[in-house]
Ligand binder design. Structure first.
Ligand code: NDP
Length: 819
């Protein structure tokens, strides 16, 4: 092309980055091995799998195909390494992480080229986004390694972590997973996606280069069925961190159910990109390019649903089409290319299938007039209009460069459309009215909300989903908790040791049966005591009903169950709850969702009020505990008093668990706001019938959730006695709903329920497993105790930020500023 022609067309010429250094590195290292214990090992299977360059469809190289024997070897190496790595000072780990960051920067050019060759993404993205963010992650987490002892003194590493990553951001996903894991003292076995292993192998070489102790990082290339599944099921792996499809995430949830493995899942999305009529449309157009054509749309948080205010829709669509005509697709190593290749022929076929389905379903498809390269796996940027919200292309993650657009009229309608998805990973809001944008952001069910920007990421700001986009956060301080456990958790205390010793003097209470052994205390209560204490046993016909929507409701079954004291005397009855009672309770909890948007001050006030009303009935509640458990009166008083103190704690926390303002390297701020999860189900433990109940209910409602609670199955009367306390404490109807009955039957219904967003279960190990298994249906968050009781009286085990974190999910709202 002549200079004159270039002036006339204003076309970019090709500006290719040399592939030679990447290809030379590949040649030098063939045949690739598995990275175990800082050594390159031949795969036990002797098999290798092809790695293809998606831009040409030709083989780049072959990588080793590990199998379960290699997984065993890598996990064993990680276990041995954990013995020392988990114990060395944070400063030492910080030095290693810092060295990794430096070496990533030194090799950044080679890493960028390898990533583009292997994945097909444009070099502009690997060079300017992926690799710099990788380095940033290791620097950021070097800081947390340094600070762990002072900032997380009550936490310990989890142990050996299995990490499974996808192909869309191969090295970046590796960094998101390895950096926090190492910082917190864990060791790692990581499986890259089978299509994109090369940068992980280069990373392994960097581990050797910096002298990371053997076994701290192990990298196994290979197939999901051979490596991924074996890692997930391995008994010595203490945590699985996964990014990928929701279906595989669901399988992992099921496969780890009941094992006690921690899991974090970052899954799919169908994120809305909401444009109000006052937005700057030129910026919006560039935003859309970044939202859906970045990485060919193979981005879990891609803004794949364009929601436009109706009065500007035609104008915006026209501008978008003009811009799409100018997008450049082709050789990913060309620095002037906007859109690279799709990762694999399978993915390309899937995109084409969904696009065909969109057309069949009546949507209008538009693609630019230019043609894609014929070699390799390319798909043109595609725009659908006339899309109905219920159609497949509006609901299913396409994971390709395909945008579907819909219109709305009012902000309320925008929020409804935006939330009309089973996912909840991200959203972006475009408006020049900051009041409107900040009003919309909290209403969106999404882990990240970008205001007048999109697809921004930084190590300081957590990333992760709501709903079926998974749970757990990567990045930020919240990301650290995915890789630690409370220190006390290793001290598995037998249940009987948790109760206060018989000669406890922890409270003198107002009664007179303290210092007695449980049996005689119970006898005194049951029949009147020699020391003048007269028990007032409730009449058997005073059967507490269910507590649903603020009203006492009869059980649907019409049946009651007897409640016994430790001597097997019937001391009362409660309703036998069933599926229908649960359904009504979940409905009532949803109807009370306004609780989450009320002020934190108001929630604190109500918690104080509950505490006040409980304290006026301290003696009555203490007697009830003695009656149900046979424990000494003094212990029971201590339990009531601790419950009151706990209510005070969460009233205090209600307006103090505030999140953070992050300052990523941009002009702007990120608000990290802990939000209520929604409707939560809680199955209470049998130990400490009142304190167990209050310790779980109080943090959950303090954070704005509405609840369906199954009280202790053995001793539910302390919870049912709370009905009147709640009724007289201004607690809005439906915030706490209580269904009594068989804990495990009711838990199963709740764990299966698609309108329940999270479930806590404190009971036998077997049922913990069932709850985790059933939760995979809608990927609800779970928190279970795997049959290990807690000492609810202990302020470290029984209360604190752990409970608040389990009651919330962090939303990161990105607000750039500047003209
Ligand atoms: P997968 O979820 O199948 O793969 C992600 C990772 O998990 C890969 O390392 C894969 O290994 C591994 N894996 C797959 N099955 C199992 C298993 N049963 N146990 C353990 N590990 C497993 O994603 P795909 O690559 O198949 O892509 C399919 C769809 O998933 C995409 O179209 C997209 O919708 C979504 N996706 C979402 C991503 C996200 O960032 N949220 C990323 C990638 C995909 P292997 O590569 O060997 O199969």
């Amino acid at each position: 092309m002549s200079v004159m022609e270039i002036f006339e067309t204003m076309e970019y010429g090709p500006a290719p980055e040399a592939a030679a250094p990447g290809l030379a590195w590949i040649k030098e290292h063939e045949p690739f091995g598995l990275f175990i214990n800082n050594q390159w090992m031949k795969p036990a299977s002797g098999q290798y799998i092809e790695s293809i360059n998606p831009a040409t469809g030709k083989q780049l190289t072959k990588v080793a195909a590990a199998n379960s024997d290699d997984v065993d070897a890598a996990v064993a190496a990680a276990c041995t390494a954990f013995e020392t790595w988990g114990k060395i000072p944070g400063h030492a780990r910080a030095r290693y992480l810092y060295a990794i960051a430096r070496h990533i920067q030194k090799h950044s050019r080679l890493l960028a080229v390898l990533e583009s060759l292997d994945n097909g993404k444009p070099i502009r993205e690997t060079r300017d986004i992926d690799i710099p963010l990788v380095a940033r992650h290791f620097y950021y987490y070097a800081g947390w390694a340094q600070l762990m002892e002072s900032q997380l003194p009550d936490y310990q590493p989890v142990g050996v972590v299995g990490q499974i990553i996808p192909w869309n951001f191969p090295l970046l996903m590796l960094a998101w997973k390895i950096a926090p894991a190492l910082a917190m003292g864990n060791t790692v076995v990581l499986k890259p996606a089978r299509y994109t292993s090369l940068t992980a192998l280069k990373f392994a070489e960097i581990m050797q280069e910096i002298g990371l102790p053997p076994g701290v990082v192990n990298i196994l290339t290979g197939e999901a069925s051979q490596v991924g599944e074996a890692l997930v099921r391995h008994p010595d792996v203490n945590k699985i961190a996964f990014t990928g499809s929701t279906d595989v995430g669901r399988n992992i949830r099921r496969a780890t159910a009941g094992s006690g493995k921690k899991i974090s899942l970052e899954l799919g999305g169908k994120s809305p990109f909401i444009v109000f009529d006052d937005a700057d449309l030129d910026s919006v157009v560039e935003g859309v390019v970044d939202a859906i054509w970045f990485n060919q749309g193979q981005v879990c948080c891609a803004g794949s649903r364009l929601l436009v205010q109706e009065n500007i829709a035609n104008h915006l669509i026209e501008k978008l089409r003009v811009r799409m005509e100018h997008l450049r697709i082709g050789n990913p190593l060309d620095k002037a290319v906007d859109v690279g290749a799709i990762v694999s022929p399978g993915q390309l076929k899937e995109i084409q299938r969904l696009v065909n389905q969109g057309v069949e379903e009546g949507a209008v498809m538009w693609q630019p007039s230019w043609a894609c390269p014929t070699e390799g796996y390319f798909f043109p940027p595609t725009l659908f209009t006339n899309v109905s919200p219920a159609t497949t292309i509006a609901q299913v993650e396409i994971f390709g460069p395909v945008l579907v657009s819909m219109t709305f009229r009012t902000p309320t309608e925008a929020v409804e459309l935006a939330n009309n998805t089973r996912y909840g990973l991200a959203a972006s809001v475009w408006s020049d009215n900051i009041n409107l944008a900040l009003d919309i952001a909290p209403k969106l069910k999404a882990g990240s909300v970008w205001i007048n920007c999109t697809n921004l990421f930084d190590a300081s700001s957590g990333f992760g989903g709501y709903r079926e986009s998974g749970f757990g956060r990567e990045g930020g301080k919240e990301g650290l908790y995915e890789y630690v456990r409370p220190k006390w958790e290793t001290l598995a205390t037998p249940l009987e040791e948790l109760h206060i010793a018989k000669d406890s003097t922890s409270s003198n209470g107002s009664g007179s049966v303290q210092d007695q052994d449980p049996e005689s205390a119970f006898q005194d209560l049951a029949f009147g005591s020699s020391n003048g204490y007269i028990a007032t046993l409730p009449a058997i016909d005073r059967t507490p009903k269910m507590f649903i929507g603020g009203k006492q409701a009869r059980p649907d079954s019409g049946f009651c169950r007897d409640i016994y004291d430790p001597e097997w005397h019937v001391i009362g009855q409660v309703g036998e709850g069933n599926r229908k009672d649960i359904r009504n309770a979940v409905e009532a909890a949803h109807a009370a969702s306004g609780w989450a948007v009320g002020t934190t001050h108001n929630r604190a006030q109500i918690l104080y009020y509950i505490a006040e009303n409980l304290s006026t009935r301290e003696d009555e509640f203490a007697r009830r505990i003695v009656q149900q458990t046979g424990r000494p009166y003094a212990d029971a008083v201590a339990e009531v008093q601790t419950s009151i103190s706990r209510l005070f704690s969460y009233a205090a926390w209600a307006d103090k668990f505030e999140g953070a303002v992050h300052r990523p390297p941009m002009r702007g701020a990120v608000l990290a706001m802990p939000e209520a999860i929604g409707v939560m189900a809680i199955a209470c433990p049998d130990e400490y019938p009142l304190l167990g109940f209050i310790s779980l209910v109080a943090p959950a409602i303090a954070m704005g959730n509405t609840l369906v609670v199954i009280p202790s199955q053995q001793s539910p009367l302390s919870a049912t006695d709370c009905y009147q306390v709640f009724e007289t404490s201004d607690l809005p109807n439906g915030v706490v709903n209580i269904v009594t009955g068989d804990r495990d039957t009711l838990s199963q219904v709740l764990a299966d329920h698609d309108d329940v967003d999270a479930m806590w279960y404190f009971g036998p190990a077997e049922e913990c497993k069932n709850v985790e298994l059933a939760s995979a249906g809608n990927m609800k968050r779970t928190w279970v105790n795997y049959g290990h009781p807690r000492n609810w009286l202990d302020p470290i085990q029984g209360e604190g930020e752990e409970f608040l974190r389990e009651s919330t999910q962090v939303k990161n709202i990105w607000i750039p500023y500047g003209e």
